[in-house]
Design a binder for this molecule. Structure first.
Ligand code: ADP
Ligand code: ADP
Length: 228
């Protein structure tokens, strides 16, 4: 069943009197359990689409439904709630807080959900064990390799068990061996039922996903879809 539906979504920017459709009529369905890669060159609209999918920005027009809620119509407060409850974010540059231990970084988004410390700690431990960092929970980021830091960030995304994992160039800062490991981990998480949308400019990364959608000049075309 659909987790995400977009119908005719536009994002328009006006610069010096010229209007640009950064998103130009996007129609997209992501089903629960999908692993979808969105691929496109620089300037094609990937960041704009990521920001709309991630509820960091709302469309100029069109309909975006995420897990039953029409997101385009919500106030900033409600959007912040949706981000915190429905989406686990994974970024190119990890975005870990340098002075916090791995487990504290993983717990951070759970603080905003009003969970008890004990509950947070249990979920964070479980998520770090799942990404293979059970032995490194009390390290700070600069005691960890780039691949390990990205695993901490993936654990942070997973810990609250959000319906959507949204990854923006998750391997962009990693060497090719480490990239393969991180994509392998995402594939495992998908096999366990997590829905993943990954945005990348790298065809080698995209080809690991079940569905590949290309964005070009703000428009989408499906390139490949395989039964899992
Ligand atoms: P990508 O992430 O694929 O490089 P973007 O989504 O950043 O693409 O940009 C898509 C298009 O929208 C580009 O032409 C870019 O210049 C334009 N754009 C993005 N953000 C803004 C903005 N805030 N104001 C004006 N134009 C923008
Ligand atoms: P870069 O690769 O250039 O460092 P990222 O992919 O890490 O960029 O971040 C993408 C966008 O997400 C940025 O515009 C950033 O402001 C925003 N962002 C960063 N951290 C968070 C966060 N914890 N929650 C929501 N948005 C974030």
């Amino acid at each position: 069943s659909p987790l995400i539906t977009m119908e005719d979504v536009f994002k328009k920017y006006t610069l010096a009197g010229e209007t640009l459709n950064a998103l130009d009529g996007i129609t997209l369905t992501v089903n629960k359990g999908d692993f979808m890669a969105i691929i496109g060159p620089s300037g094609s609209g990937k960041s704009t689409l990521m920001n709309v999918l991630g509820c960091l920005d709302t469309p100029t027009s069109g309909k975006y439904m995420l897990d039953g809620a029409e997101v385009g119509k919500l106030s900033d407060n409600k959007l912040a709630n949706i981000r915190n409850n429905k989406i686990g974010f994974i970024f190119q540059s990890f975005h870990l807080l340098p002075r916090l231990r791995a487990i504290e970084n993983v717990e951070l988004p759970l603080v905003y959900r009003g969970m008890s410390g004990r509950e947070r700690r249990a979920l964070a431990k479980e998520a770090l064990e799942k990404v293979g960092l059970g032995e490194r929970m009390y390290h700070v980021p600069n005691q960890l390799s780039g691949g390990q830091q990205q695993r901490v960030a993936i654990a942070r995304a997973l810990a609250g068990r959000p319906p959507l994992l949204l990854a923006d160039e998750p391997t962009g800062a990693l060497d090719s061996k480490t990239s393969r490991d991180v994509i392998g981990l995402l594939k495992e998480l998908n096999a366990e039922g997590n829905t993943i949308v990954l945005i990348t400019h790298d065809p080698k990364v995209a080809e690991q996903a079940q569905r590949v959608v290309r964005i070009q000049d703000g428009k989408l075309t499906e390139e490949r879809s395989v039964a899992s």
